[in-house]
Design a protein around this ligand. Sequence first.
Ligand code: IVH
Length: 703
Amino acid sequence: MDLFSDAGEEKGASDLANDTDRAQQLHQLLHRYAHAYYTLDAPEVPDAEYDRLFRELQALEQKHPSLQTPQSPTQRVGGAVLPEFQTVRHQLPMLSIRTETDNESSGASAFDARVRRELSLSDTAPAIEYVAELKFDGLAMSLRYEKGVLVQAATRGDGESGEDVTHNIRTIGQIPLQISAGASSLPDVLEVRGEVYMRRDDLDALNERQLNKIAEGAKGEKTFVNPRNAAAGAVRQLDSNIAAQRPLSFFAYGLGEVLGWPQQSAPFQTHFDLLQTLKGWGFPVASQTQCVNGAEGLIAFHERIATERDALPYDIDGVVYKVNDLALQDKLGFVTREPRWAVAHKFPAQEELTTVQAIDVQVGRTGKLTPVAKLAPVFVGGVTVTNATLHNEDEARRKDVRVGDTVIVRRAGDVIPEVVGVVMDKRLSGAEIFTMPRICPVCGSAALRDEGEADYRCSGGLFCSAQRKQAFLHFAQRRAVEVDGLGEKLIDQLVDSGVVSTLPDLYKLGLTALVQLDRMAEKSAINILNALEASKKTTLPRFIYGLGIRHVGEATAKEFARHFGTLDAFMNATEEELLQVSDVGPVVAQSVRTFFEQAHHQEIVEQLRACGVTWQEGPPAERAPQPLTGKTVVLTGTLPNLGREEAKAMLEAAGAKVAGSVSQKTSYVVAGSEAGSKLDKALALGVPVLDEAGLLFLLNSAP
Ligand code: IVH
């Protein structure tokens, strides 16, 4: 018996030894794969392989609970639920940086001049070397590693003490639980500081999930107005299971307390080398981070990032400049809790608060009723914004915007301004829910919403003066028949005074009628008449587009003109014949038929011709062969040389469709730097991935 039990014990011991070795191996593998996946955006193995190894480790840990250490990759998943946050006192305070008040390039020069003055440098002394970084719009985090293992993550709090949020931070795949470096190169204690943030596409996906939950009747769920709020909310969850479902990311930008470097001193002398070291240890460092010289270098960086800002997959609110030489940083020191060696140089804000003064309902060219929030003027994203569309009734309800509300307005890049959310705390009591009017606010005709449609439409047609005005504006615009000088104000007057009511009336205008209008001098009136005369010579695509047929945009108008050659052939085409035209589906074909079946539309066309509007006609033309017809391409990340719009235009010119999301049907994904989930998906689905060079090759080599 004794013999047997001895053998059993021995077997148990060797089992544990083997399993410990295997667990160690699995730790290393899983850490490496997670780093490749989350931080490098370059998965080394398929997800299924990762999952298999992960489950193997879980099984080992279940068998030997002693193997389940805090740095185990299995400990990333949510689990811990805390009754409250513990306070963490920062051994080295988490300081903030001074913000340069001057948003222009001169802000960078001012900082450089200040640093030079503090260092008593003469004008002829060489330029100072700086590190220029992005200013991430998330929340500051201090990650404490002891002997290379993550032991604590704390928020900034008031800078002196923050909250212990380790349980949530563990769920962030980009944050190493154990630093991948030999213990011999690591200090005993290392605090890595950086920013926790949420990517915009991750926020969109999260909000979509939240909306589904709300639609399914879940209580207490909400959507998030911006990535920063979503990130802050996730980090401050007591239940890490919830945090684990909110996709967060991290960028390292500095150090906190550090004790006991192996060689008695840090293995770097500059901030840039510090960042490189952190990167080598597995921390994400933004690829834009750059060493630059003097004010000129700072200005160039500021300008470059300003143009790249909107293409980044995450929000930044500016850039940060830091003196590179750590010895110089020491020499410069601090003034009232801010380092003299760093400064934040902001960009104009893309989000601002303002109030809703009214919600107007506008009537579009095709009768569509659009609720528009009239805002107290606010300077955001480089322009003064006074209007923001609420799109339709469902959108307005979803955001629950009410008159009197304080709202967050966002304008990024060339995107039209939008209300991203309401500041509920500031809602006035008695604020009324917005409802769409059931009659057209302009002509009083019934406003109808078709089954399955999001929009209400005025049923008044050209009886509705709003639709008439829009029809004139559409006809006269540059891309259509182009009547120079015939703008909104003039059209308002012409329609309101009853001088014109249909398009041909424009060409019947005389000097006498025009000079009777408000603020219309004879000279301007003559200019308008000349412009009308000049507009008579047009082209068939412009004329078709100018008619304002619903669903017939500029590109479709061109196709119709090419396919039919003459206006009569187009007007008389049956639905079947219309469907022969490339890219024309039943909705467009039906809309064209409905338009020409109305006698007054035919009448308008005839009268316009009678007034002398002409264009060249010809036989139907073949479509030029396009090399990428039928191919769908998705663009993601930032390409080294081509802008996003430029690449899109090149692809479309070659006949490709440019889509926003990756699916089985995607022909190619073109990925630049900072490509994220779309690239992952392409790799998972086996969709070919191209870089910029590959894209150019494709465009040049396709038959
Ligand atoms: S350095 C002592 N670098 O901006 C210097 N901060 O007031 C400590 N931030 O809330 C900060 N990007 O979280 C630094 N590249 C960057 C940053 C950055 C964003 C945030 C930081 C803090 C605020 C600085």
